[in-house]
Design a protein around this ligand. Structure first.
Ligand code: SAM
Ligand code: SF4
Ligand code: F3S
Length: 470
């Protein structure tokens, strides 16, 4: 899932993966095939969907030809993301011609954004279901099978799917996502997420801990706590009359076992607290890695983006992280060519990157999204070629920083969680260190899920290469 030099984000890195469970012994009366696009939250949602459908005796398949129902869990974050999905939908059209009873459903953010129009627009779509309406999917499938229009895009103020045990789809058995909240209350002016995912709500803390515990007991060794703004997690336990903050939630999960690694994404610079930083520092199994998207280095742009912090505030946060957790890995998201961005603003973004020297950065040029605050208030006035040129300059600068960051680790020793066999060499394993860098090393007698100590001898732009300590 990680790419060290990238113009893509988590949300676009994993595109169109088809997943299935390994429930070979169970006999299902129907099969669904699901492809997921977008951010980790969408991938986690597909696992909730799998659980909902499996309860109704609809099992998953990775073979699209075997499917009675094809589902596509979609992303709307940039125009390009939606274009990809439209293209994929036209491919499904061919399949439907050969198999007329086939049901095709669009899930996720694009379903929420376009609602019933998607059925009219794309013709071949039978079901449109938004992120808060997955419980109604079995009924919608039935409706579609009898030729009815099956749309449910109701957003909810309290749905968190807390009681649903996600079915891990094509998992490596080591890492899993655990959704801790849904929606977003931050109206960043460029962003479609508050419209597609609705109001922010936190999930019952106890259900999160139970899910992480169950994962650990099943052999998983790393959980990533997911939310668009994890630092604003807040749960009021009415039984004990106590509140649980994000720092406290992380602590509860970390206490399950020192062998369970805890990661989280995404943090918002305005909300990340010292409590969170000290909790990361206190627990060896909470990873020293923070994804702290800044979006721009210009305070004027940040204000227009409605990010509610300035360049100086952000720099102070970075300094604070480095003061409390000196070896913390830090990554960011950046946007070039936002409305009215000047060369001066762009230079400020570059100089901020020069200051922060991110280990990892996800960079994009601005893509106007209909209905967002920016689309309503500002003109998308930076020409495409300028947006792209600025993006390229940014990517080039970041490439230097990420290589330097890798090179700084040569000669160091890291504890690495073994995640799987290296794609390039089947005699090698890959895993990640605390700071989220990919490490490759000889397999020897280790197995997935082990922790190994690796001396780093060399690196590429995206990988640390080493040998396990004798
Ligand atoms: N909640 C996270 C945050 O606040 O940073 C991430 C939100 S979004 C899923 C991931 C990234 O997509 C954002 O951080 C932003 O850089 C980028 N993004 C969002 N809307 C965009 C747009 N309209 N054009 C280009 N990039 C966009
Ligand atoms: Fe979008 Fe901002 Fe919410 Fe992130 S915090 S999901 S960028 S509105
Ligand atoms: Fe995309 Fe929706 Fe995630 S718009 S980035 S799938 S929240």
């Amino acid at each position: 899932m990680q790419e060290l030099i990238s113009t893509k984000s988590h949300d676009e890195e994993r595109q169109g993966e088809a997943f299935s469970t390994q429930s070979l012994n169970q006999h299902f009366h129907k099969h669904f095939y699901i492809e997921s696009y977008g951010c980790a939250m969408n991938f986690a949602d597909s696992e909730v969907v799998a659980s909902i459908l499996q309860k109704e005796n609809i099992g998953s398949t990775t073979n699209i030809e075997d499917a009675d129902v094809i589902l596509i869990n979609t992303c709307s974050i940039r125009e390009k993301a939606e274009d990809k999905i439209r293209k994929r939908l036209t491919e499904f059209k061919q399949l439907k011609k050969q198999k007329p009873g086939l049901v095709i459903g669009v899930l996720g953010c694009m379903a929420e954004r376009l609602k019933g129009n998607l059925i009219e627009e794309e013709k071949l779509v039978d079901i449109v279901v938004g992120p808060d309406a997955y419980r109604s999917l079995p009924q919608l499938i039935e409706d579609a099978e009898t030729g009815q229009k099956a749309v449910n895009v109701l957003l909810s103020r309290d749905e968190t799917y807390a009681d649903i045990s996600p079915i891990r789809l094509n998992s490596n058995g080591v890492n899993a996502f655990v959704s801790i909240m849904r929606g977003c209350n931050n109206m960043c002016s460029f962003c479609v997420v508050p419209f597609t995912r609705g109001r922010e709500r936190s999930r019952n803390a106890q259900s999160i801990v139970l899910e992480a515990e169950a994962l650990f007991n099943d052999g998983y060794r790393e959980v990533t706590l997911l939310g668009q703004n994890v630092d604003s997690y807040h749960w009021r336990d009415e039984e004990t009359k106590s509140n649980v903050s994000f720092a406290e939630l992380m602590e509860k999960v970390a206490l399950i076992s020192p062998l369970l690694r805890v990661r989280f994404s995404t943090s918002h610079p305005k909300d990340i607290t010292d409590d969170v930083l000290f909790t990361i520092k206190k627990y060896e199994n909470i990873c020293n890695y923070i994804h702290l998207p800044v979006q721009s280095g210009s305070s004027r742009m940040l204000q227009m983006m409605n990010r509610t912090y300035s360049r100086e505030w952000y720099i102070a946060k970075i300094n604070r992280i480095k003061e409390i957790i000196p070896d913390c890995g830090i990554s960011t998201d950046m946007i070039t060519g936002f409305c009215t961005e000047t060369e001066e603003d762009h230079q400020e973004s570059l100089s901020l990157m020069q200051y922060c020297k991110y280990d990892l950065a996800y960079m994009y040029f601005y893509s106007e999204r209909p209905g967002t605050l920016a689309a309503r208030r500002f003109k998308d006035d930076v020409p495409l070629e300028v947006k792209k040129r600025r993006l390229q300059e940014m990517v080039d600068l970041h490439r230097i920083h990420s290589l330097e960051s890798m090179q700084r680790d040569v000669g160091k020793t890291f504890k690495v969680l073994v995640e799987g066999v290296s794609k390039k060499d089947e005699d090698e394993f890959y895993g990640r260190n605390d700071q989220n860098k990919v490490v490759v090393f000889p397999k020897l007698n280790y197995k997935k899920g082990d922790y190994v100590t690796v001396d780093i001898h060399t690196c590429t732009a995206g990988t640390l290469i080493g040998k396990t300590k004798a």
